[in-house]
Design a protein around this ligand. Structure first.
Ligand code: NAD
Length: 439
């Protein structure tokens, strides 16, 4: 072990190492909190001044990381926050958690990573550990981060340490949080992996080293492609069951009794969030540069992407059956977030569904416990409709898009005339089942 590795591991072990976390969103904030709670002095950097000011006042913008957790850390200065990159050389380890969206063409947009690493590279010094956590295509750490850092004359694996460790946070999951979700780590060299693993072991229960940054990048893409493909498969199965006159939910329940070789996935109105709809395209894009077409990814994207229009078509059919047109019907969308019990509406199918119903001139209303109002693409703003018996009774179709657990499904069914339940959230409701239709 080189002297530099031993030194860095030493200050990590005795907690005198200072940690910088770049990007304080769904991923970065819980991570910064975890290290601060493990006894490190952590500084979070985010260019969004509003988020930084909020955090300074002890207010969290991430639901899973409540004010009661953030405020005491800010107060005792275990966690500091800033909206600039000044003096990054004071950090011994820097973890990068900035967004990795797609361009309109579905090509990766790594501009946030590039901008963050250019800021960090300006001040890089010997002995620093830099880890990328943002989801990205295999090769990003070596091809994008490494040359920018090494332009300083410092060598990765010798003077500085570089690694990739994918973030696996699952917003809304109470069982698995940052601390007890195993962490995969791959470094540029064995020493890079060694120090990065050592850092994570201070705050995370299980750390799994892999042989390279490329492997670690690919691990994340396998995980999310696996989800995207299986969700697409079951969405297509729902379409097949519809044509066969079968209940897809009953079919999945039946298959789930098999104790081996089957894992249930469930159909729905489409996929959303910052991960599943986007990440597989990072891999698909990379493969295109190697003249290889990632067929499963493209097919899954097509099927998952058409589910909002399947829902709108079904809504139109249900209204038609009661001699109503979408045009002029009152439709109440329940749930705007892309999944249960969180507020995140990024890429949420609810937004697509509402936009299409709006285009067809439905008299739209929405309710989501996490949002007092909702802005659709194009700027139209909807205020939340209170979820009351009277409002349900005057609605032609209740469209259940997100199965938040705080919804009282018995009450919803009791007072609704017609329901399209895209999540099978009303499965345990005993009375009024004739009003419920499912995907
Ligand atoms: N949200 C999830 O559930 C999840 C799960 C696993 C992995 N990821 C991945 O983690 C990464 C971050 O995702 P997120 O959901 O936390 O995003 P986010 O949008 O919630 O947070 C990113 C933060 O980075 C800040 N930021 C943007 N550019 C910056 C810059 N140049 N310097 C400093 N701060 C900057 C933004 O203001 C924002 O607060 C992405 O690559 C995502 O794919 C997300």
């Amino acid at each position: 072990m080189s002297r530099l590795v031993a030194q860095l591991k030493g200050i990590i072990a005795d907690r005198s190492a200072r940690i910088g976390v770049v990007g304080l969103g769904y991923v970065g904030l819980p991570l910064a909190v975890e290290f601060a709670q493990a006894g490190f002095r952590v500084t979070g950097i985010d260019l969004d001044r509003k988020k930084v000011e909020g955090l300074k006042a002890g207010k969290s913008h991430v639901e899973d990381t409540p004010d009661e957790v953030v405020a005491p850390l800010i107060k005792k200065r275990a966690l500091r926050v800033q909206h600039h990159y000044r003096s990054c050389d004071r950090f011994d380890a820097i973890l990068i958690c900035v967004p990795t969206p797609l361009r309109k063409t579905k090509d990766p947009d790594i501009s946030y990573i590039v901008s963050a690493i250019e800021e960090i590279a300006r001040d890089v010094r010997r002995g620093q550990l830099i880890i990328l956590e943002s989801t990205t295509y295999p090769g990003t750490t070596e091809e994008v981060l490494r040359p920018r850092l090494e332009a300083s004359g410092l060598r990765a694996g010798k003077d500085i340490f570089l690694a990739f460790s994918p973030e696996r946070v699952d917003p809304g999951n109470r069982g698995f949080v940052t601390r007890n979700t195993p962490k995969v780590v791959g470094g540029t060299t064995a020493d890079c992996t060694d120090v990065a693993v050592h850092l994570y072991r201070q705050a995370i229960e299980h750390v799994h080293p892999v042989s390279s940054t490329h492997t670690a990048e690919m691990v994340k893409l396998l995980e999310n492609t696996f989800r995207a493909v299986n969700i697409a498969l079951v969405n297509e199965l729902a379409l097949m069951c519809e044509r066969l006159g079968l209940d897809v939910w009953e079919v999945i329940d039946g298959a789930s009794t098999k104790p081996f070789g089957f894992m249930p996935f469930y159909p729905g109105p489409g996929i959303g969030g910052h991960c599943i709809p986007l990440d597989p395209h990072y891999l698909s894009w990379k493969m295109k540069t190697l003249n290889y077409s990632a067929r499963f990814i493209e097919l899954a994207s097509d099927i998952n992407g058409m589910m909002p229009s399947v829902v709108v078509r079904k809504a139109g059919q249900l209204l038609n059956d009661v001699r109503k047109s979408v045009n002029g019907s009152r439709v109440l969308v329940l749930g705007a977030a892309y999944k249960r019990d969180i507020g995140d509406t990024r890429e949420s199918p609810a937004l697509d569904i509402m936009r299409m119903l709006d285009e067809q001139r439905a008299r739209l209303a929405f309710h989501d416990p996490f949002h007092a109002q909702l802005r659709l693409e194009g700027g139209k703003v909807y205020k939340r409709t209170p979820l009351t018996a009277a409002n349900l009774e005057r609605t032609d179709l209740v469209l259940l898009v997100t199965d938040h657990s705080e919804y009282d499904y018995d009450m919803i069914v009791r007072h609704s005339r017609l329901i399209l339940d895209t999540r099978n959230a009303t499965r345990n409701v005993k009375t009024g089942r004739s009003r419920i239709h499912r995907l």
